[in-house]
Ligand binder design. Sequence first.
Ligand SMILES: Nc1ncnc2c1ncn2[C@@H]1O[C@H](COP(=O)(O)OP(=O)(O)OP(=O)(O)O)[C@@H](O)[C@H]1O
Length: 511
Amino acid sequence: MTAVANEVVAANTAVRLRGIGKRFPGVIANHDIDLDIEAGTVHAIVGENGAGKSTLMKILYGVQKPDEGTIEIDGAPVSFASPSEAIRAGVGMVFQHFMLADNLTVLENVVLGAERMHGIGARARKRLRELSQTYGFDVDPDTLVEDLGVGERQRVEILKVLYRGARVIILDEPTAVLVPQEVDALFDNLRELRREGHTLVFISHKLDEVLAIADDVTVVRRGTTVGRVKPGDVSARQLAELMVGSELPSPETSESTVTDQPVLDLAGVTLHDAAGRALLDDISFTIHRGEILGIAGVEGNGQTELVEAVMGMRRPTGGTISLVGDDLTQASTRTRREAGIGYIPEDRHRHGLLLDAPLWENRVLGHQTREPSARGALIDRGGARRDSERIVTAYDVRTPSIDTTARALSGGNQQKFIVGREMSGEPVLLLAAHPTRGVDVGAQAAIWDHIREARRQGLAVLLVSADLDELIGLSDTIRVILRGRLQGTFDPLSVTPQDLGSAMTGAGEDH
Ligand SMILES: Nc1ncnc2c1ncn2[C@@H]1O[C@H](COP(=O)(O)OP(=O)(O)OP(=O)(O)O)[C@@H](O)[C@H]1O
C-alpha cells in the first residue's frame, strides 16, 4: 500500500531537483538544492537578491549547466544542454524582459522558430486560437505586437511557450511591470493553466502576490533551499524573515519635508516622435526641495520619455525645463549631471552599467568629471575604488569584490549598486525610474530609507515606478500619466493601488 502511495506521489512530481550545485568565480550560486514541484500547482520561489533563484531557474531551463545534481521531469532524468532541449522536454520560460518582435503579428511571433509544430499557415492559426480559447487568453492573432499593451504582450509570451508544448512554465517576476488589474488577469490565466494540469514556477519579490497565487512556496537563502511553506501558514512578513533568516526591522514612517523652494520646473514640455505623434503633451509641474513627485502609468504612456527629456537624452519640441532657476532645456546630459542630477535609469543594462567592466569602473560611469571618481580632468582610480567599497557596504551589494564585473552580479545587486552610485555626491534632483525593480523586500526598505533620508536633507525626486505600493509609500504627491498627458493628482495618504490602476488605464474619471 505504501509503495503504491509513493508511486502516486512520484508520478505527480513534475519537477524534481536533487543536490543541484553551481559555482561561478568567487561565488557559490547554488548548492545542495532539493526541490519538488508537484504537477498542476503554482510553485513560488522566493529569496533575497543574490540568493540563487535565477541561477536555479536557468539550470532548469537549460540556459546553464549545473556542476552537480540531478533533474527529473515527470519522473524521467534529464540533462539539458540548451533551452531548446528543455522545451522539447516540456519546460518553458517567460522572461521579465519580453522577447517579442514588435513589427510582427501575434501569430508570427508565436510561430517564429516553432514552424515544426504546426507549420506557419492555417493549422498554426487554428492551434493558436484553440490555445487562446482554452486558457481564456484574449488576443487577436493578427494584431501587431507593437499595438499591444504590457499585459497582452505577456500573454503572447505565455502563448509562445504553450504553443511549443510546455507543461512546466517558469515565470521570472511576471508581475513587476503590471498594474493591479493586469495582475488579477494574469492570475486568472495562471489558475486556468493550473486547472488544465500545467505546472507554474514563479519567481517573485512581491510576497503578498506570492501568498495570493501560490500553492507552495520554496525559500532559497544563500544558494540553497531552506524551507517550504504553504501560503495559508505564513504572513508576508514571516516569509520575508524566512528569506533573510532573521527578524526584519519595522519600516520607518516619515514626516513631510516638502519646502517651497523649486528644484525642477517643467513648463509646457512637449515631445513629438518622427511621425509627429505627441509622446509628451504639455507637461507642467514643479518639484521642490524635500519633495518626491511620483508618476504612475502603464508602461509606454510617456514616463520613459519624461525622464529622458529631463535627463537631456531627448530634446523637447516645446516647453522649458529648469533646475533651481537655470534653464536646462538645451543643456547636454553632462551639464545636467554636473548641475546635480542623479539618474537611476529604467533599463539598467542599456543605460546604467557597463556589464563587462568591473564594479569600480561602473562607479565612474556618468560621474567621470566629478569627485570622487575624478580629480581635475583625470579619472581618480583610488577615489572611485574607495567610493565603490563604500557603496557596496552602505547598500549591501553582495559581490565577491569591486573588481567583479557588473554582469556577474544578480539583478537586484546590480540595481542596489546603481542606486548607491546615483545617490552619491548629494544630488539636488534624483530621477528615479523603478528604483527598486528586482530588489528584495529588505533591500527595498533600505533603499527607501536612503531616499527618505536624502529627502530630509533637501533632495527633490521625480519617481517613476510600476510598483504602486512604492509610489504610495514614498511620494508626497502622485500624478498619473496617460498617453503623454498628466492626468490626475492623488494624495498618497488616501489613494489605493486600485484607484491608481483605474486612472492609469483610463478607466477612472479624470481628476
Ligand atoms: N554569470 C555569472 N557569473 C558570475 N556570478 C554569477 C553569474 N550569475 C549569477 N552569479 C552569482 O550567483 C549568485 C546568485 O545569483 P542569482 O542571479 O541566481 O540570484 P537571484 O536570487 O536570482 O537574485 P535577484 O533576486 O537579485 O535576481 C550571485 O552572487 C551572483 O552574483
